[in-house]
Structures are given as C-alpha cells and as structure tokens.
Write a protein that binds this ligand. Structure first.
Ligand code: 17E
Ligand code: FE2
Length: 419
C-alpha cells in the first residue's frame, strides 16, 4: 500500500531528460518510478502529463529582514549602503517573535511556490543575537515541511566593533550551519583579508559551511574573491564554500578576470548571483553607460563552475518587491546575464534547482530517484524553458511524502470575436 501515487508525470530526471512515468511514495521515500505502477494507494493524483521537477532551492535570502520594507523608512537612494543603515535602525527593536513571525510567513510564501530548501543569512552583528536565535528556532519548527539552513552573517563587519568577532563565534556555538562575512564592508582592505582568514578558521574549528557576501560593490578594486578562492584551496574546504554576489567581478578588467577564472577553475567553490537585487542595488553611482552589476554568471557556468541564483530579499530595506518566486529570479537572471540560448535558458532553471542543492550540500537528499526523500513539485508547464517563459504556476507541492500545497490554475475565457 503506497501513501501517494502520482499518475502520468512528465518527470524531469537528474540527467535532465524527461520520462513519462508514474511515481509511488511510501513513508516519505520515493519507492518506485515506472511507466505504469499498479497497487493500492492512500491518495492518487492525476498529473495529466505536467512537468514534475525537484523543488526549487532558495540558496540566498535574508529571512530576518524580510517583510520589513518601509520600517522605519523607505530606501530612497536604492543603494546597498542606505539599506544597511535602515536595517541598523530596524534591528534596534527586533524581538524573537517579530523575526519568527516574518520568517515563517516568508517560508510559507516560498513553499507555496515550490521552494523546499532555503539558505538564509541571519545578522549576527547585533549583541543579543535575536535574529540568529529566532531563525534557529524556526529551522526546527518548520523542519517537517521545509529544510532551512542558517548562515551566521556579520552584516556590520567582523572588525568594525570589538565584540563582533565573539558574536560570530557564539553564533556557531549556538548552531548556525554556515559562517558568513562581508569583507568588502570591513574598514580596510587588510581587515577584509583578515576577515576571510578568520571565517575559514572558524569553519574548520566548528566544521561548518562557508557562505561569504563577497565583493558586493561596483568597485573594480574589490578583490576578495581571490582570497576566498585561495583559502578554499588551502583548507581543502572546496565545495563547502560559497561566494555570494561577487558583483565586482562584473567590473574587473578582462585581463584580471581571465586570470581569476583560471584560479577559480581549480577550486570547487560555489557562486550565487542574486539578479533581482544586483541589477537594482548596483550601478547606482554610474551615469551612462550603466553597469549591470551582476557577476560573470555565463562565463563561470561555461567553465563548469556551480552557479546558483538567489532571491536575496523579499520586501526589505534593500528591495521592496518580491514574492519568493524562483522562476522570477531565473527569468531576471536569464535577461541580465543574456543567457538566451536554449541550453542557457535550461541552465537558468538548473540555477534555481539542482545547482542550489549543490551549494547547500544537500545533493544526497535532492532529486527524484528511487530511494530518495519524496520532495517534488508539479508545474503547469511541459519543460524548463516553458516553465521560465511563462513563470508557470506550481500546481502541487509534495514535501516529505505529503501533499503540502495545491494551487488552482486560473482559467481565462475569451469573450471577444475571432476576426
Ligand atoms: N545585506 C547585504 O550586505 N547585502 C545584501 N544584498 C542584503 C543585505 C540584502
Ligand atoms: Fe545577501
């Protein structure tokens, strides 16, 4: 007796080919995938040939500041730095309940749209560590329907205040999954380099992942990615390391960028671009021509690096828009990075699914295969290109073997004449 049987799926397999199959689930595990499955089941869903995909992965978001846009004021300049100032004011009066309530509301919004794996940053440069404590509690409270990873993120820098280094270490002691940083925002270049070394030291001491906000600025002299790459190589942490944003990479001269790409090829580090936020926060000091402020996604992807796309913000001091829809993110990424070739469009879909899972180091639990945990989504689409083009609705979300969300597809009726 199965718990759930999905009939007539257009399954997007791990090798990215499509198979027409039924999928059987029992006790939270995918137990069979075959053209025609017989047997009894508690629940049967007729998928009617729609696309069945592994869930979306949100590899970069700030849940602690989500849903605070306009509090205490709106970001008028649209810059990263005004956003940091506004958040500094807002975080003076955060409470555990405030953060938890907004984080859970955001996670529900994401799961409704097919996101079942999330990596969130939690600001740890505020002495009470309330944001971190709240997200760690949320991680536990939501674990039956969504997987949440928490990065200890020192928003104000590790060396800008004497206590920040201790706060970062305390955050790991409390159970953060990853160590974060912001070297381009440290007071000096030297402090920035020192912060990257400190992050790797802590990652090794506590056996945690690394995810650094790295070179999130248009300054072509911001060159901390090379430091991250060197530390990743020397420590052997490789694929456990992620460089987020790296927007300055879009401003480097080609001679330096070419050399750097060569170095990066030898590391296994992951990259996250956040196209919705990068295209709006960066380029603000330019007149015309105006830079796009996005890292070299296409070139990194072409040389086989693992690149994912994140949403970064949902209605916060940095970005007042957003619903958590990862197809919006892929759609924007595709445009800004000019990834319009057919293989490139498909790659943009992978950047909000498989590549994100690789970044989160959850590949062993990800993908629709016999024996794996049963997390999957049904899209009202026929393939990856169709899903992105129409930003298709996620009709069913199956999380850990259970039906978590069903969304009705709107029906439009044409009343005009045909001529
Ligand atoms: N903080 C930061 O340093 N960079 C960002 N993009 C956000 C917060 C959203
Ligand atoms: Fe971020």
């Amino acid at each position: 007796m199965y718990d759930l049987l999905l009939r007539q799926c257009r399954l997007l397999q791990t090798d990215r080919t499509i198979a027409e199959v039924d999928i059987a689930i029992k006790e939270r595990v995918i137990v069979d995938i075959a053209p025609k499955i017989t047997g009894n089941t508690k629940l049967e869903l007729d998928i009617q040939g729609k696309l069945v995909s592994p869930p979306f992965v949100e590899s970069h978001i700030h849940l602690d500041s989500a849903l605070t846009a306009g509090e205490p004021r709106w970001n008028q300049s649209g810059t990263l730095f005004e956003g940091i100032e506004i958040w500094r004011e807002r975080k003076q009066n955060i409470s555990l309940e405030d953060v938890k309530q907004r984080a859970i509301a955001t996670l529900k919004q994401q799961a409704t749209q097919g996101v079942l794996f999330v990596r969130s940053h939690a600001d740890v440069s505020e002495t009470s560590l309330t944001a971190l404590q709240a997200l760690l509690e949320v991680r536990q409270e939501v674990k039956d329907w969504i997987t949440l990873q928490v990065v200890a993120f020192p928003q104000d820098g590790i060396y800008s205040e004497p206590q920040n280094d201790l706060l970062l270490e305390k955050a790991l002691d409390m159970g953060a999954d990853a160590v974060g940083g912001i070297p381009h925002y440290e007071l000096t270049r030297e402090d920035g380099v020192k912060s990257v070394h400190r992050i790797f030291e802590l990652a090794q001491k506590y056996d945690r992942l690394v995810d650094i906000h790295c070179d999130e600025i248009d300054d072509d002299q911001s060159r901390f990615l090379e430091v991250v790459a060197a530390c990743a190589s020397r420590t052997g942490l490789g694929s456990r390391v992620t460089a987020s944003h790296t927007t300055a990479f879009g401003s480097y001269n080609n001679a330096y960028a070419g050399k750097l790409l060569g170095f990066l090829r030898r590391t296994q580090i992951n990259f996250i671009a956040n196209p919705l936020i990068n295209i709006t926060l960066q380029g603000r000091t330019d007149t015309y021509p105006k830079r796009r402020g996005v890292t070299r996604v296409k070139e990194l992807w072409q040389q086989g690096a693992n690149v994912s796309f994140g949403h970064d913000c949902i209605q916060d001091p940095w970005y007042s828009l957003g619903t958590g829809n990862m197809l919006d993110v892929a759609f924007m990424g595709l445009h800004v990075c000019q990834m319009t070739g057919t293989a490139e469009i498909d790659a943009c879909y992978d950047m909000v699914t498989w590549n994100g899972a690789k970044t989160l180091n959850v590949e062993d639990r990800y993908g629709i295969e016999i024996g794996k945990p049963s997390n999957l989504i049904v899209l009202n689409a026929c393939d990856r290109y169709d899903a992105i083009r129409r930003r298709a609705i996620v009709e069913y979300v199956i999380s850990q073997g259970k039906l978590l969300v069903k969304t009705e597809i709107p029906r439009t009726i044409w009343h005009g004449s045909c001529s």
